[in-house]
Design a protein around this ligand. Structure first.
Ligand code: SF4
Length: 448
């Protein structure tokens, strides 16, 4: 696979992306400084790291490895050695820049395969190794023939753009080198691929069990709790389900063209969205009995959930919240917060697509783009009780003496599907009753 200008242009003007349909424009082109929010290599690694049965080898300086390593609690049920927290790197030095890093890469692959016995190896290209022109494709191909396991080059060097583009490029490698390379023993009539959920804090586990109870089989995942053997068989699924990840829409479109697999986009945050997601999946699989089973299950689960949420809803009713997370979470988490009785006054639309912005406006009255300026202003103007955001916004909450809950990847518990909503309600309730947020912004006793 070659990362040509044509491929990057194609990925940045995805015909199935919302901005192409709404604004008739392409994605934002990479700008200088763009990678300060995470480079393409980081995006690629974040989206593939959850394959715990695969060794992730970074071909570059070790500082690249540190950029995205261990930033997300992607959980796995893999019984063998978990490769996700292991940081493999060729640690390219100035010597290698002069003489080339090919030999070092070949030796690193040999070491990993013989000592660790992973199911596959992903080799991530970085800025340095892309610029010195190491022939990663050739080394991976030779190693694959020698060791008889997939050795996949991931061409997403940091300089080509931001995280989003890196995630798209990673999916290009998966499509080129893995999907369609193995035939399953049986083809399930209701087999689906779950695409774009990284199972952070076990979010995917909250709804995977529900799907299986209804009778839907998860053929493969990209990449939460993923397995290499399963993704190789993904071409035999009947439906691709894109979970909260617009960046992988190109992969879904290409699988539709290549393997005739339709795709839908869903969210599993909150009661309404979880029920809607289940309905959308069974509707797309077109089976009356499956739909009946799903409806029956949804009714039972919603009844059970409401009973558990009742005490929280009473407590949280009328409390005002601001959500600052961005992307598709600008509306999906907002909907979950409304489901537990909070009044979501405003939501940030940072890094949201046109489609996300339209949806966010349907759920929430005020949308804002510049959190550092808008967030404190909105807290004062509307008498906000709680801020739900990523870790960096904690300081705004402390300054304003309001409660705070981390809803980004640093969160500790899953907020996915029905059971996750109870976790969210509990965390919001605990934060609102926690005196620390008011106390910590006060002067120390000896200062006053
Ligand atoms: S790939 Fe490039 S931009 Fe990304 S961390 Fe490495 S050097 Fe930095």
């Amino acid at each position: 696979m070659v990362v040509s200008k044509t491929l990057i242009k194609e990925l940045l003007s995805e015909s199935d992306c919302s901005h192409s349909k709404i604004k008739k424009s392409g994605c934002d082109k990479p700008k200088p400084g763009n990678t300060s929010g995470g480079c393409a290599y980081e995006g690629a690694q974040i989206s593939l790291f959850p394959y715990a049965d695969t060794a992730h080898l970074v071909h570059g300086p070790h500082t690249c490895l540190g950029a995205s390593w261990e930033t997300r609690a992607s959980l796995t049920s893999y019984q063998g050695e978990n490769n996700t927290p292991l940081g493999y790197c060729t640690n390219i030095t100035s010597q290698d820049i002069i003489f080339g890093g090919d030999k070092k890469l070949g030796e690193a692959i040999e070491y990993i395969v013989t000592k660790k016995r992973p199911k596959a190896v992903f080799v991530y290209e970085t800025c340095v190794t892309a610029m010195i022109g190491d022939n990663i494709d050739h080394i991976c191909k030779t190693a694959q023939e020698r060791f008889d396991i997939p050795i996949v080059p991931i061409h997403a060097p940091g300089f080509v753009g931001g995280k989003n583009l890196g995630s798209k490029l990673a999916s290009e490698s998966i499509l080129s080198f893995l999907i369609g390379t193995k035939e399953p023993e049986t083809i399930h009539p209701f087999g689906i691929n779950l695409i774009g959920d990284y199972n952070v804090t076990g979010d995917m586990w909250q709804y995977r069990g529900i799907l299986e109870k209804i009778g839907v089989k998860v053929v493969s995942t990209l990449s939460g709790d993923g397995r290499i053997e399963e993704i190789c068989q993904a071409h035999r699924a009947k439906l691709n389900v894109l979970v909260c990840a617009k960046s992988l829409v190109s992969l879904c479109r290409k699988m539709k063209e290549r393997y005739d697999i339709p795709y839908i986009s869903v969210s599993f945050y909150g009661k309404r969205d979880t029920s809607n997601a289940l309905r959308s999946i069974v509707r797309a699989l077109r089976d009356e009995n499956l739909s009946k089973r799903a409806e029956h299950f949804i009714k039972e689960e919603e009844w059970r959930l409401e009973k558990m949420l009742l005490p929280y809803k009473k407590e949280l009713s009328g409390k005002k919240a601001i959500l600052n997370t961005g992307g598709n979470k600008s509306w999906s988490i907002a909907s979950a917060l409304q489901d537990i009785g909070l009044n979501v006054v405003a939501t940030s639309i940072n890094k949201s697509t046109e489609e996300d912005i339209e949806l966010a406006k349907k759920y929430v009255g005020i949308v804002f783009k510049n959190p550092s300026i808008d967030q404190p202003k909105l807290i004062d103007e509307h008498g906000i009780d709680i801020l739900l955001a990523g870790g960096r916004s904690l300081y705004t909450a402390i300054k304003k003496k309001i409660a705070f809950v981390d809803v980004n990847q640093e969160k500790k518990l899953s907020y996915g599907a029905y059971a996750g909503l109870v976790n969210l309600a509990r965390d919001v309730s605990l934060a609102l009753s926690n005196p620390v947020f008011k106390l910590v912004g006060e002067k120390a006793p000896w200062e006053s």
